[in-house]
Design a protein around this ligand. Structure first.
Ligand code: 6PG
Length: 250
């Protein structure tokens, strides 16, 4: 794993502007090199302004393949749906082929069935795109992630069984008894680039633990994210005030 690249911005607006630039550049590079780009989107509130900005971007929409790193187990019309939010502010406003937008199935019965179905879809799509062997882990070009104030990421919550899953791509997460569908650690760590977006003073304590030389990975699951590719943290000043973090600002 490469050393994390940590960039700190004066406010969330500046953070989002940088994220926009980086996503646009990464998509362009991937498409130039391989003819397509595979992206996994983060949920929660932080990425919403980024998605709104991406709706105005000039991207090779027909070359994008989009997934979600995690999803609440609710219908897409539900206000908590990560896919519902991204489609509302971005994907329904641009000409990305709907057959290349892979929404997590949340109405197939049990959450376990949803996880299995999404994994099957992942393998099928990456099999076509990357000639993936059945036991290979798909490699995303970019996985966007947020981080909760408890140090969770995607729907990998502290001290939950999902943190231990190593033989699947997608599993069932658990937030206070509420089922979530989430990428597993191995799938995330296979990515060419993982980009965390985190803003706000409520993230300070968790960030200190995540960047501490020693801390419990089970208590702060974002520590488990050590991708084979680039690991980037885009943070705002509120999230890092008075914290000693490794800075590798460009
Ligand atoms: C979700 C997200 C989750 C989110 C963090 C941060 O489904 O909620 O995937 O991991 O990224 O909870 O959320 P905020 O961006 O709202 O702080």
């Amino acid at each position: 794993m490469t050393t994390p690249m940590v960039e700190i911005f004066p406010d969330k607006t500046a953070l989002v502007q940088k994220a926009l630039q980086e996503v646009v550049a990464l998509v362009g590079d991937a498409v130039a090199h391989q003819g397509f780009c595979t992206l996994a989107l983060a949920g929660g509130s932080t990425p919403k302004p980024l998605y709104q900005q991406l709706s105005q971007a000039n991207l090779p929409w027909d070359k994008l393949y989009l997934f979600w790193g995690d999803e609440r187990y609710v219908p897409i019309e539900h206000p908590d749906s990560n896919a519902g939010m991204a489609k509302q502010v971005w994907l329904d406003r641009v000409p990305v082929p709907s057959c290349q937008v892979f929404v997590t199935p949340t109405e197939v019965g049990a959450p376990e069935q949803s996880a299995q179905s999404y994994e099957t879809t992942l393998r099928s799509v990456f099999g076509r795109l990357q000639g993936l062997a059945p036991d290979e882990v798909p490699q995303f070009d970019l996985i966007l992630l947020g981080m909760g104030d408890d140090g969770h990421t995607a729907s990998l919550f502290p001290f939950t069984p999902a943190l231990q899953v190593r033989d699947r791509l997608v599993t069932v997460g658990n937030k206070d008894g509420e089922p979530r569908i989430t990428f597993t650690v191995p799938l995330i760590n296979r990515s060419r680039c993982v980009m965390f977006l985190a803003a706000g003073a409520n993230k300070r304590a968790a960030l200190q633990q995540i960047f501490a030389p020693q801390a419990d990975d089970q208590a702060y699951p974002a520590r488990l994210i050590r991708p084979v590719g680039a690991l980037r943290w885009l943070l705002d000043a509120d999230a890092v005030e008075n914290l000693s973090l490794p800075r590798t600002d460009a």
